[in-house]
Design a binder for this molecule. Structure first.
Ligand SMILES: [Zn+2]
Length: 103
């Protein structure tokens, strides 16, 4: 078993696991909940996705690269230019983070 990716949250880890499953690559998500024994502090609270079969790792990495690229492309496609100050604003914001002008 090999680590593939450290996700930002449980949802991202789950999405990646589903993607791999669709390509018949078995993966597990670890560290997405605090399962440590009493008094034991978790070192790492971010969930990580692991590929079960080592030989599937290169293929899984290829899928991961495409997946991340697609995410970035979508984030960039939805970005907008503020008419108040000309700033490029991420598509997830309705207000310009710089001057507060509405989209
Ligand atoms: Zn602005």
């Amino acid at each position: 078993m090999q680590p593939l990716y450290q996700a930002a949250d449980r949802i991202e880890a789950q999405l990646l696991q589903d993607l791999l499953a669709r390509h018949r690559i078995e993966a597990r998500v670890f560290g997405d909940y605090l399962s440590g024994a009493a008094g034991e502090l978790p070192v790492d609270i971010y969930p990580s996705v692991w590929v079960l079969e080592d030989r599937e790792l290169p293929r899984a990495k290829g899928l991961l690269d495409d997946w991340l690229r697609e995410h970035r492309r979508r984030a960039e496609a939805s970005a907008w230019v503020c008419r108040g100050c000309g700033e490029l604003v991420d598509g997830s914001f309705d207000l310009c983070w710089r001057c507060g002008t509405e989209h």
